[in-house]
Design a protein around this ligand. Sequence first.
Ligand SMILES: [Zn+2]
Length: 404
Amino acid sequence: MGRISTTLPVLGGEMSDKRMIKIFDTTLRDGEQSPGGSMNHEEKMQMAQALVDLGVDVIEAGFPIASPDDFRAVKEISENFQGAEIAGLCRCNDQDIDRAWEALQHADAPRIHVFLATSAIHREFKLNMSTEEIIENAVEGVKRAKGYCDNVEFSTEDAVRTEMDFLCRVVEAVIEAGATTVNIPDTVGYATPAHMGDVIKELIDRVPNAGDAVLSVHCHNDLGLAVANSLAGVEAGAGQIECTINGIGERAGNCSLEEVVMAMRTRSDFYSCDTRINSQLLVPTSQLLTRITGLEVQRNKAIVGRNAFAHEAGIHQDGMLKEPTTYEIMRPEDVGFDKTDLVLGKHSGRAALADRARSLGFDLDDDQIRSLFKQFKILADNQKEITDADIAALIERHLASAES
Ligand SMILES: [Zn+2]
């Protein structure tokens, strides 16, 4: 554990000796395929621009064979956006891989992302394939993709529920065939942090050529553990996190980009990792996705929720006014909020009221604040939220009655 410091980390800019973790954003693929998450073509282009500006390393732009719309999105994002690798998803067969390449071929930095399920449940009930057939198929798929482009990612779908011995064999075989990234998905959100860490650690320890590829994690949030599981994967040695803006995605969603990025940055003393993300664009990007999809984030959502930097309790507000690090581990400006929101309500104290009066242009002495505070509490008992206009009106009434 690191020392607790009142100095918040300086964000961005500085060269560091920290391990850089790749951020693979799948908002436009895993996110887009979730209920309520669909976007039209123009909206996908807007999101792609926002993701490039945000500094993600990889944009998974879609699943080209899935629909003409997906194909067009991957093709036009490949042709029009630089500054990030562009990935297209495909199942492990010739037609899918060929179609993905057709969409990706004009990208500056294309990545073909091939997946095949490896768990016994999927082998038996979905694919009807033996373990030998899975390995053979996976190797063929990677080789075909490799014929088109150097940058090939292979995903072992449902990896977390796959027998460890078999998972090691698949990972070794696809790296041998040329995969440069091997993704270990928790497709159904079944893992726990210690479990996820063990899977990654065991792969690094047991797969002889594991060092020749980047290991990646792709965690779903069915148990609310996607961010924690992704961090555990990174701690164990994974070099890429697959995630989405606001955590949208299949069912309960994916690992939330803003949370996992700010966890690594705020606790860099512990993780010694960082990303290329320009964190000041986290809130604007989150809000853009909400505007496009209509999927609101909950008010108390970490990092980007409306309450993430709001304080109402008097003791907290007093501390915040004296020294922000008493109750905040991040600066709101660093994630793209204007400032801390000291919400005035029935739990607020005199220090916050005095501060708000000053910022509204009223210069009140201690006696005035004391008597104003009584009236403020009466108002706060009757009104859930108190706006600046309410405060100004209260002060003006108070001053007028004091004069008369
Ligand atoms: Zn997924």
